[in-house]
Design a binder for this molecule. Structure first.
Ligand SMILES: [Zn+2]
Length: 242
């Protein structure tokens, strides 16, 4: 934690993680320490022939650690990050309402479906650097799913405060109403899929375009600030004078 980041890692984060460049100095120091620990503790596994580089490790670690800057516990049960070069296929079985089980094949850019590992497509992780401020960030999305599940019992280290779940469910319902009416939504409409996707999509916006999220959904922003223990809308804007 106390070691400074290697220069290459810092440059990779500055290039690929726009939100990190907006952090106040004390939080940036904290982020760098968390990244060091994350890279040292987690196993990065290249898939489909991908050779994992220091740039990939630093970038993914920084995105993961932005979400725990204000939280206790640092992905304690997460062991490995599987990194694919591009979107990847997964096969699983789904049961329909009649109880018929079918094999399903889907293409994904990320997945967080168990406590010990997260799967990401490097090409899609980098999309966020190419289009900052658009609320799309697959790594933030998957790590948010992880922390959400952890809070509900996967890891059990941190439970939301009383009333929090009801309030966030209320925010989800109001999004559903807007989508049903065909209205404009600040959040990507994929957030209407279910409560878990709502939380993950909102978390992407919370870090990637916090001022917009706060203006569009002040209560949701406050609930996320409570969950994450940070206030990203207060971080310096990228091009404003110091
Ligand atoms: Zn999701």
């Amino acid at each position: 934690m106390a070691e400074p980041l290697p220069d290459g890692a810092r440059a990779a984060i500055d290039r690929n993680v726009p939100a990190a460049t907006r952090l106040p100095a004390d939080l940036r120091t904290r982020l760098d320490g968390l990244v060091n620990a994350f890279v040292a503790e987690k196993e990065f596994v290249g898939c489909n022939g991908l050779a994992v580089t220091d740039e990939m490790r630093a970038t993914i670690a920084a995105l993961a650690c932005l979400l725990v800057l204000g939280r206790r516990g640092h992905y304690d049960e997460l062991h490995s990050i599987l990194v694919y070069p591009t979107a990847f296929w997964v096969e699983d079985e789904v049961e329909d309402e009649a109880g018929v089980v079918e094999q399903r094949r889907r293409v994904l850019s990320g997945e967080a479906w168990e406590a010990s590992r997260i799967i990401l497509s490097w090409e899609d992780v980098l999309e966020a650097a190419r289009f900052p401020g658009e609320g799309y960030n697959v790594a933030l999305h998957e790590f948010a799913h992880y922390l959400d599940a952890e809070g509900l019992g996967l890891g059990g280290s941190q439970r939301p405060l009383a009333g929090w779940a009801d309030e966030i469910a209320g925010e989800f319902e109001s999004l559903l109403d807007t989508v049903d009416r065909g209205g404009f939504t600040f959040l990507d409409p994929y957030a209407a899929e279910d409560e878990a996707e709502f939380f993950a999509v909102a978390s992407e916006d919370f870090i990637d375009r916090p001022v917009g999220l706060r203006d569009a959904h002040p209560r949701l922003y406050a609930l996320l600030a409570e969950f994450y223990g940070i206030d990203p809308a207060s971080w310096q804007l990228p091009h404003s004078a110091q």
